[in-house]
Design a protein. Sequence first.
Length: 216
Amino acid sequence: MKEIRGVLFDLDGVITDTAEYHFEAWKKLAEELDISFDREFNERLKGVGRMESLELILNHGEKELSESEKEHFASKKNDHYKTMIANITPNDLLPGILEFMEEIKEAGIKTALASSSKNAQVVIERLEITHLLDEVVDAAKLERGKPDPEIFLKAAEQINEPETACVGVEDAQAGVDAIKAAGMFAVGVGSYLEKADWIVEETSQLELKKLQAKIQ
């Protein structure tokens, strides 16, 4: 890659931290299903879509549900989550991420949101960052979740840039795997993301100049 032409962002853990809301919503649902659920198991759901997460929980609890029941409970979890995120504000942006996104925008580099969250549009509106994103991938229209590269390939297509000129920013291993499978440069937020091309401990360390230096 000679120059960055697109930066594709995950949402949870990169732009804002809604992980706690997801944990509480899944925990509430698991309790309703009489399935034990703790923070350790919750780590397995990071970067995984809603239906896939429900399947993991059901397998964990050794429970079987019909397809219609699965749809019902997945929707119920989403209702719990939407109630919890109703009070998100720009104060919930992770440290340094606003400045990083503004740097990218000022440099004329295109941006897209590549999140598996079906509530992503609502969250970015509450965070007041819609003007910093050229495109938002509609997770509801995707056939495969991360670590499949579909979401990042779709994001590159929507901003009309080749995937080889795009950078993906993720905080989950499934997300980093998806970026790499798409043939893109991967930025990992978290020291545990060993497969990422550039690893930062936290979002406050993200700077366009540093990113460009890593790619050179």
